[in-house]
Write a protein that binds this ligand. Structure first.
Ligand SMILES: *[C@@H]1O[C@H](CO)[C@@H](O)[C@H](O)[C@H]1NC(C)=O
Ligand SMILES: *[C@@H]1O[C@H](CO)[C@@H](O)[C@H](O)[C@H]1NC(C)=O
Ligand SMILES: *[C@@H]1O[C@H](CO)[C@@H](O)[C@H](O)[C@H]1NC(C)=O
Length: 521
């Protein structure tokens, strides 16, 4: 959503968000009720997540996070917001003598009685952290939490040598069905053949990046015309190798939009950000989801965590219509606008940017941009593909609206974990049943709301930063296990170096000096 490609004038999604943020914060701070019925019980309230724990090792993530569930004195979970200032969180070095740099924004009110707390360390806390959670000066749950050191920060180059230890700390799921399915056509990966075929077949199709990881060092060369998006694969691989020792592995990442491998027999494995039912690409989380996870609380204004605190008014206060804004990247989007013009009581749809179908702009019209968080003023969100899968889908699923999803051959890494009818309402590719779906939702409000809620719950789980790291790791692991041949550095490859400045300084205690592999290349 952030990035433009070529002449394609992408909708300035994040840019418009910056303008809308300040307005939204004002809106939220004046419109939320303070204090819930029954009141919050600080000691019965619940706290959990990968960014907190008592005496436990915390996974290293760009932004650590945990959840707070407000519970009343009868032990009942609150299901509406008790007010955005209900909880205060303070994070300090456990040792008074240690100075740490940490960014601690207030907890995000998720509007359903739960809060999402984020913090970003800009230096490692050698002697640990002390996390205090307060409700009106009273300690919440087991607060204060003492997290033993060292607590490493994102840029500390300190991989865990034992990947199974790392996976346990990350609480990676036992299996990822999409990865198993994606590797089915590749029981063995002949690296020799891969090196010959992949460049010939795929490098003129956009952008291809040839990577090899040896001894946790990353080397790459680029093939094809449009390879700027290697910045996203680079940053993710660097982030992974700072956290865990990766297997030696050699592979190609397709940094273009479309999945590439159409062969049914003798397919060549290529890793892509988007999958489709008629290709054999191995899917990775999109660059959009990846980048926003890495840059949360830093370079992006909208990410998978912050959106959870900006899901608009409560369900009953949302407008009873379906909503869509986006650019003209697929014909059905224009069809959506014509449906909207004929049925304004059901659907509010508009095209905000013209590029692909400019000749139709006069007839269809151009709608003003709407900040993404304002989408959630509507009960129903229409998700129609762009050039490939619409990369807004994860963000829509994290809101508390109901998503009406166009049937599509395209998918992202987590779609197969969601069920049509349970987590979202499917609509036909030509949108012929869209209006009926909206009418159904209007007439079955409780059910529609429940599908929206179930979808949100699943998305909160699946799209967590920790799961993203687990997913990348598992793809590389499964790939490495199938390699036939030795990963080796091509003469045209250059090393992708880790950051080398003071922000990366840390005293890593995981490195065993004697076993430290020498860079022999
Ligand atoms: C209260 O919320 C927590 C956290 O989401 C959940 O695990 C628990 O099951 C909920 N309790 C009840 C009684 O619903
Ligand atoms: C929701 O709507 C009701 C009236 O229907 C109003 O009293 C209440 O303040 C609204 N709440 C929010 C958060 O907009
Ligand atoms: C829309 O697609 C369905 C198949 O999914 C087809 O039966 C129907 O005729 C199509 N409607 C229009 C108006 O093209």
């Amino acid at each position: 959503m952030t990035f433009k490609r070529g002449a394609d004038s992408a909708e300035p999604f994040h840019v418009s968000l910056i303008h809308n943020l300040s307005v939204l914060f004002l809106f939220f701070s004046s419109s939320l009720p303070l204090g819930g019925c029954g009141g919050v019980s600080p000691e019965r309230s619940l706290v959990w997540g990968p960014g907190i724990g008592t005496g436990s090792v915390l996974p290293v993530l760009p932004v650590r996070y945990f959840y707070i569930q407000a519970v009343d004195s009868n032990g009942q979970n609150l299901t509406v917001s008790p007010g955005k200032d209900t909880f205060k969180v303070k994070i300090r070095a456990a040792d008074n003598g240690e100075h740490i740099r940490v960014h601690v924004p207030p907890p995000l009110d998720r509007g359903d009685g739960s809060f999402l707390m984020r913090y970003r360390l800009y230096g490692s806390a050698t002697k640990g952290l002390k996390v205090e959670i307060l409700h009106r000066d009273a300690a919440v749950a087991q607060s204060p939490y003492i997290i033993p050191g060292p607590v490493y920060h994102e840029y500390c180059d300190c991989p865990e040598p034992d990947a199974s230890v790392w996976q346990n700390v990350m609480k990676c799921p036992k299996d990822e069905p999409q990865i198993v399915e994606d590797f089915q056509p590749f029981p063995s990966i002949d690296l020799q053949r891969l090196r010959q075929e992949a460049p010939v077949r795929f490098s003129n199709r956009g952008g291809l990046v040839h990577y090899v990881i040896i001894n946790n060092h990353i080397y790459r060369r680029t093939l094809g015309k449009y390879t700027d998006f290697k910045m996203f694969s680079d940053e993710m691989l660097l982030s992974l190798t700072r956290k865990v020792k990766l297997p030696d592995v050699e592979f190609f990442i397709n940094v273009g939009d479309w999945p590439l491998e159409t062969r049914k027999t003798d397919p060549v494995p290529v890793l892509s950000w988007c999958g489709s039912t008629d290709t054999r690409d191995v899917v990775l989380p999109t660059y959009e989801v990846t980048h926003s996870t890495l840059e949360t609380l830093r370079g992006v204004t909208n990410d998978l965590l912050s959106v959870q605190g900006h899901t608009g008014p409560p369900w009953v206060n949302k407008s009873d219509q379906a909503f869509f804004r986006g650019r003209d990247s697929r014909e059905e989007r224009l069809h959506l606008v014509s449906l909207s013009k004929k049925n304004p009581d059901l659907l509010d749809a508009g095209i905000t940017g013209w590029f692909f179908f400019r000749d139709r702009e006069k007839q269809v019209g151009k709608a003003p941009l709407v900040g993404f968080f304002d989408f959630f003023k509507y009960k129903y969100q229409v998700n129609v593909d762009g050039t490939v899968a619409a990369y807004r889908f994860p963000y829509l699923m994290l809101g508390n609206s109901l998503v009406l999803k166009q049937d599509s051959p395209y998918y992202e890494h987590f779609y197969s974990r969601l069920q049509a009818g349970t987590h979202y309402v499917p609509v036909k590719r030509n949108l012929s049943d869209l209006l009926d779906a909206i009418r159904w939702a209007q007439q079955n409000d409780a059910e529609a709301r429940e599908v929206g809620r179930a979808g949100q719950e699943a998305a909160r789980e699946l799209l967590q930063p920790s799961r993203l790291y687990c997913y990348y790791y598992r793809v590389l692991l499964m790939y490495s296990e199938r390699q036939d041949g030795r990963p080796s550095r091509h003469p045209d490859m250059e090393e992708v170096p880790q950051l080398d400045d003071h922000t990366a300084a840390c005293s890593c205690q995981r490195r065993n000096q004697e076993n430290e592999p020498k860079d022999e290349l």
